[in-house]
Design a protein around this ligand. Structure first.
Ligand code: CA
Ligand code: CA
Length: 149
């Protein structure tokens, strides 16, 4: 399925809303990237996108990227160093399992939203929101890439 057709406009808004809500409780930054194809390893690709989106430049290195290749049915979760070293091994895999479980039922929006919740709760625990100096460092809009190859 092409990345642009993966979610309805309304579903897209629901996800952006979930990110907004999550980021009100944490200094961390969550982003979603959807693209058509992923030839190689989904985690390698996510690491590249993470960099391309400037996600490695957040102050506390606490950005989390949820990456989905819609046509090739691949997904991965990539996190900045600041958060990665704080979470237990297996956490990212748990997040990925939420996506996979829902995607199998074709519940794309629900899967992403629940994954955002899980990541958001962890970010809140590790990087609580500070009233002063906490910025929305990265857009909450879904990032798309309609690559054809
Ligand atoms: Ca922030
Ligand atoms: Ca943000």
């Amino acid at each position: 399925m092409p990345a642009r057709q993966f979610l309805t406009e309304q579903e897209e808004q629901q996800i952006v809303e979930a990110i907004n809500t999550a980021e009100q409780k944490t200094s961390g930054e969550v982003r979603i990237h959807l693209e058509h194809h992923c030839d190689g390893d989904a985690l390698d690709r996510a690491a590249q996108i993470f960099h391309d989106l400037g996600m490695d430049e957040t102050k506390l290195e606490n950005g989390v990227l949820i990456y989905i290749a819609t046509e090739d049915h691949k997904a991965s979760v990539y996190a900045g160093k600041g958060i990665h070293r704080e979470v237990k091994e297996g956490f990212w895999n748990d997040v990925l399992q939420i996506l996979i479980t829902h995607f199998k039922q074709e519940e794309y929006e629900q899967g992403i939203e629940e994954a955002v919740h899980k990541v958001g709760n962890k970010l809140e625990e590790l990087f609580p929101y500070r009233q002063k100096g906490d910025l929305d460092e990265l857009s909450n809009e879904i990032s798309f890439h309609d690559n054809k190859n």
